[in-house]
Design a protein around this ligand. Structure first.
Ligand SMILES: Nc1ncnc2c1ncn2[C@@H]1O[C@H](COP(=O)(O)OP(=O)(O)OP(=O)(O)O)[C@@H](O)[C@H]1O
Ligand SMILES: [Mg+2]
Length: 231
């Protein structure tokens, strides 16, 4: 479902920065239903790869395919359609502080104009999946870090995405909550969603026992089934 063919990405120079080749000649594919870990140090190119998948960035050379669509050719509305097939999970949660857990998740359905009973059923179903059905009325500030990330996973799942892109979702969590979130992503993968998880956590990589693509300075240095942390 995702195909990178000889992809390089160079960010143009700005006042603050010289031009930067973030990704060098990368090749890999992700099949539907796979769980893939992108592992690499800070600056290795993990976020750039996720942005190339979500059409936030386009490759400088090479091609990125999403369900056989070349992202180079997509216009704004086609890019929007691709993004609707993706659930995003971020390191800093990106929850709306003045909305409850329920509202943060329901908000993501607003564009669909569903009736309120359907919205309620769908939201409660995903909150149950992430174990937050008892905390629907809490505000983000009344949650632990792990619960905040569970809320953002629920929000990512609410429109039934084909693929979850999780960019260092455990970066702000302690080891206990990190493992909890990693297990949650495995559970979601078991229900059929493809998952791409970026991380530089040895603990997470070694506990998941899934495919690991290791990046160093924008290059893939390893791509292994049931990989282990090796940086
Ligand atoms: N918008 C941008 N403009 C210029 N350079 C950029 C931009 N975004 C990223 N870079 C550079 O590209 C390289 C790869 O960045 P990227 O964010 O993909 O790394 P990362 O592996 O996600 O790092 P981290 O673990 O710190 O999030 C870095 O050297 C970074 O400084
Ligand atoms: Mg990053």
């Amino acid at each position: 479902m995702i195909d990178f063919k000889n992809v390089s990405k160079e960010y143009p120079p700005s006042i603050a920065k010289e031009s930067k080749v973030a990704i060098h000649d990368i090749n890999f594919s992700v099949n539907p239903g796979e769980f893939v870990i992108l592992c690499g140090r800070s600056g290795a190119g993990k976020t750039t790869i996720l942005k190339l998948i979500s059409c936030e960035e386009k490759p400088t050379t090479g091609d990125v395919f999403f369900n056989e669509i070349n992202t180079r050719d997509v216009n704004k509305s086609e890019a929007y359609k691709i993004r609707q097939k993706i659930g995003f999970v971020f390191q800093d949660f990106k929850l709306l502080g003045y909305k409850t857990v329920y509202e943060n998740v329901a908000y993501a359905l607003e564009a669909f104009n569903f009736n309120s009973k359907l919205v309620r059923d769908e939201v409660m179903q995903v909150l149950e999946l992430v174990g937050l059905e008892g905390k629907a009325d809490r505000l983000p500030k009344e949650l632990s870090g792990g619960e905040k990330q569970r809320t953002s996973i629920a929000r990512a799942l609410i429109h039934r995405p084909e693929i979850i892109l999780a960019d260092e979702p455990t970066g702000n969590l302690d080891p206990y909550h990190s493992r909890d979130i990693a297990k949650m992503l495995l559970k979601i993968n078991d229900t059929g969603s493809t998952v791409i998880l970026s991380t530089h956590s040895k603990d997470i990589v070694n506990s998941l026992k899934r495919r690991v693509i290791t990046l160093e300075d924008g290059r893939i240095i390893r791509d292994e089934e049931e990989g282990v942390f090796s940086l």
